[in-house]
Design a protein around this ligand. Structure first.
Ligand code: AHR
Length: 539
């Protein structure tokens, strides 16, 4: 698998000018001081932008390593507290994040998954050839996933098997899940404990069909897309139209070289010329922060050099989205088709002593900063990027949660996501600022990043990240369109760029309260080095 990924490594070695919707000033001199500098922000609430779709905070749970088994599923007989086999501690932690959707069962796993093996009694063990070649017990199947999604208060994003499955298999899965008519499949679903139709809100038609999903050319994939889009129907009466309609997401690009721009072009061109009998609502895009394949950066035990290089690489997300959005604009100027970044996050070297096929890595303060920067990029592209899924939810890659038997710890990425909850479905508010620069070795980055949004209650939220690991920043934000009365929030930082939370020390990287001062229309606060801060403004 990693070898396969290495062949699409062009984009991750990419170099390019950092494009941000902020102005970068000339390189600041490298200071041998930790004195705070001042950055001026200007926020105009009277010029609202697009809605920041809550779905950009989606997550991805693949049958991979201990992501599902142990991370979510311990089985009803486990001594670990659980509800119908799903661990209670994990459910409580995820409920607090308001996870809008969960993509399942893969990933590469999805194109070898046969749903019938995961329903009913007496489930046969199969193999998981993609991820360590281990046994797949199939004890976590359709009903268990839908129960999990329900327990955490989320929506299902199913990825159907286009690579080694058939349109009939996928169509029957959706009929099994969603019909309210007394068909044989509906009766089977009822016999398995769920008489009522399930809601399936998002349908992914294949996964990386250009690679682990079947090595398809754009034309071959398009021929499959037409078939699956036509026949894999949702029959749930409540989902035939309106806000609960099932949205279909096609496989999109995995980088920014010609191979990927041609892929996006081909799918979008076909979509523009579509007939009444097929349609899509989203185009998927996968982009990991890896710098080079195979992943070799350590997830803990690194210094400022690796911190700055990884952040530089992650900021390429903006250019990647801009590239593919521009192609989509050509065929879809009304932005009907969403760009769905349904695999993103940091991919590091496997933690020493772990099965390399399980993609186990620690999660540090650097990952919280990285998460905030990507969420900011998605928010700035909110008109096109309406869904995203961090890879992955638990124990795999840039996880929210790590578990070891009965122990559970929340990662710095979890805390960044938690602080960003108020941005779900909030309206983007433009922030202009001079980011300044942070330089380490041959890497120069913006020192600051910021987004703002207004929630449904009209409250203004500001998220500011100080990338510089050595210098504080005093932020002075001028607010137009509201009269601020008070402002306070939370800030996330830690002693080192590679500080982590462990089972023994779970509170090394946790949010702490922060207050801001208000003078007239100006809000002032001091950002600690290497920190993510979210502030709400009373008016
Ligand atoms: O998230 C791990 C893997 O990365 C997924 O299975 C695949 O889609 C991607 O290559």
């Amino acid at each position: 698998m990693l070898h396969t990924l290495a062949r699409r490594s062009g984009p991750v070695a990419r170099r390019g000018r950092l494009v941000l919707s902020v102005a970068l000033v000339a390189a600041a001199p490298t200071l041998a001081t930790t004195a705070a500098e001042t950055a001026a922000l200007s926020i105009d609430v009277s010029k609202p932008g697009a809605k920041i779709d809550r779905n950009i905070f989606g997550q991805f749970a693949e049958h991979l390593g201990h992501g599902v088994y142990e991370g979510i599923w311990v089985g009803p007989d486990s001594t670990i507290p659980n509800t119908r086999g799903i661990r209670d501690d994990v459910v409580a932690a995820l409920r607090a994040l308001k996870v809008p959707n969960v993509r399942w069962p893969g990933g590469c796993f999805a194109d070898e998954y046969h749903w019938r093996k995961g329903i009913g009694a007496g489930r046969a063990a199969t193999l998981n050839p993609n991820w360590g070649g281990v046994i797949e017990p199939n004890s976590f199947g359709t009903h268990e996933f839908m129960d999990f999604v329900d327990q955490i208060g989320s929506e299902a994003y199913l990825s159907v098997n286009v690579g080694s499955g058939t349109p009939q298999e996928a169509a029957e899965w959706l009929e099994y899940l969603t019909t309210s008519q007394p068909t044989a499949l509906a009766k089977e679903r009822a016999a398995n404990g769920h008489p009522a139709p399930y809601s399936v809100r998002y349908l992914g038609i294949g996964n990386e069909s250009w690679d682990c999903g079947g090595n398809m050319t754009p034309d071959y994939y398009l021929s499959q897309l037409g078939i699956y889009s036509r026949f894999v129907r949702n029959f749930n009466p409540a989902q035939q139209q309106g806000p609960h309609r099932m949205l279909k997401i096609a496989v999109g690009p995995g980088g920014d070289g010609p191979r990927w721009t041609e892929w996006t072009n081909a799918i979008m061109k076909a979509w523009q010329g579509r007939s009444w009998s097929w349609d899509i609502d989203g185009l998927s895009m996968h982009s990991y922060t890896v710098v080079k394949w195979p992943p070799s950066y350590k997830s803990v035990g690194f210094g400022e050099t690796e911190y700055s290089q990884i952040l530089k690489s992650t900021l390429e997300m903006d250019r990647l989205i801009a590239t593919h959005s521009a192609i989509m604009d050509k065929y879809d100027p009304q932005k009907k088709v969403a760009l769905v970044v349904d695999e993103w996050g940091a991919w590091y070297a496997p933690s020493p002593g772990t099965n390399p096929g399980f993609l186990v890595q620690q999660n540090s303060l650097r990952d919280a900063v990285l998460a905030a920067l990507n969420l900011n990029v998605f928010a700035r592209h909110a008109d096109r990027v309406r869904m995203a899924n961090i890879a992955q939810m638990i124990n795999v890659l840039q996880a929210m949660i790590l578990t070891d038997k009965e122990k559970m710890v929340l990662t710095p990425t979890y805390h960044a996501f938690s602080m960003y909850v108020p941005f779900q479905d909030a309206t983007f508010v433009p922030v202009s600022f001079d980011a300044g620069t942070y330089t380490h070795g041959d890497v120069t980055l913006p020192r600051l990043d910021a987004i703002a949004a207004r929630d449904a209650a009209g409250r203004l939220w500001l998220a500011v990240t100080n990338l510089d690991p050595n210098r504080s920043v005093v932020v002075e934000a001028t607010l137009a369109g509201i009269t601020p009365k008070a402002a306070a929030g939370e800030t996330l930082t830690a002693p080192r760029v590679d500080s982590v939370n462990t089972f023994e020390a779970p509170n090394t990287v946790v949010p702490k309260p922060i207050a801001a001062k208000i003078h007239g229309a100006t809000l002032a606060l001091t950002l600690e080095p290497k920190s993510v801060t979210v502030i709400s403004v009373e008016q």
